[in-house]
Write a protein that binds this ligand. Structure first.
Ligand code: HEC
Length: 168
């Protein structure tokens, strides 16, 4: 009996990694949802999210162009992340976020505090939402006409350079 139980446990443990590679578990998706929401991704990447106190219908979540920004870098539109993940597998998503240096106001440095597993879980959640919406407007260079709405920012002089900590 004990042997049989051990055999089943061993089987489950051995099968788990293969399973995790193919299908995101519901706990991975839930953890990804937590990271996306607490990480503030919806604030900018979901239209109406901030204006509605952190809520949006499911078909609008992360569809991009939520909060756009104009400043010395031109005008930036948060991309539609539900379409963005369609073009990438999880490894490419992680590699992209690790080397990302996007224009304002994308807080690309926050990924430094997340493990590859965390990033994979975020990917799992966004993939699970499924494709929806249209691509957001492309970046518009400084001084060129950009479609509103956008927040116009007056940017202060940056403080002296500080070396960031390595990611965990
Ligand atoms: C304060 C607003 C803001 C927040 C918060 C934010 N983003 Fe962004 N994000 C942007 C903007 C604006 C761009 C477009 C930047 C550009 O055009 O260079 C962008 C770009 C991106 C891109 C595209 C990068 C590329 O060029 O390939 C990804 C992926 C992304 N964001 C993911 C996230 C995730 C995940 C979160 C949550 C952890 C997040 N963003 C939070 C505003 C934001």
């Amino acid at each position: 009996m004990i042997k049989a139980i051990l055999a089943i446990v061993a089987g489950v443990v051995l099968a788990a990694p293969a399973c995790a590679r193919d299908h995101a578990s519901s706990s991975a998706i839930r953890h990804g949802e937590f990271l996306v929401n607490y990480g503030g991704c919806q604030d900018c990447h979901t239209p109406g999210w901030a204006q509605n106190g952190g809520q949006a219908p499911k078909d609008v979540l992360l569809t991009g162009g939520g909060m756009n920004f104009q400043g010395p870098w031109g005008t930036t539109y948060p991309p539609n992340l539900r379409l963005y993940v369609q073009k990438l597998d999880v490894k490419q998503w992680i590699a992209n976020l690790r080397k990302l240096k996007a224009r304002p106001a994308m807080p690309w440095w926050t990924f430094r505090y997340l493990s590859d597993r965390d990033l994979a879980d975020m990917y799992a959640y966004i993939r699970a939402l499924g494709p929806a919406g249209q691509p957001a407007h492309d970046w518009v260079a400084p001084g060129q006409d950009a479609p509103p709405p956008y927040l116009k920012l007056v940017v202060p002089t940056p403080p002296p350079h500080v070396v960031p900590p390595p990611h965990h």
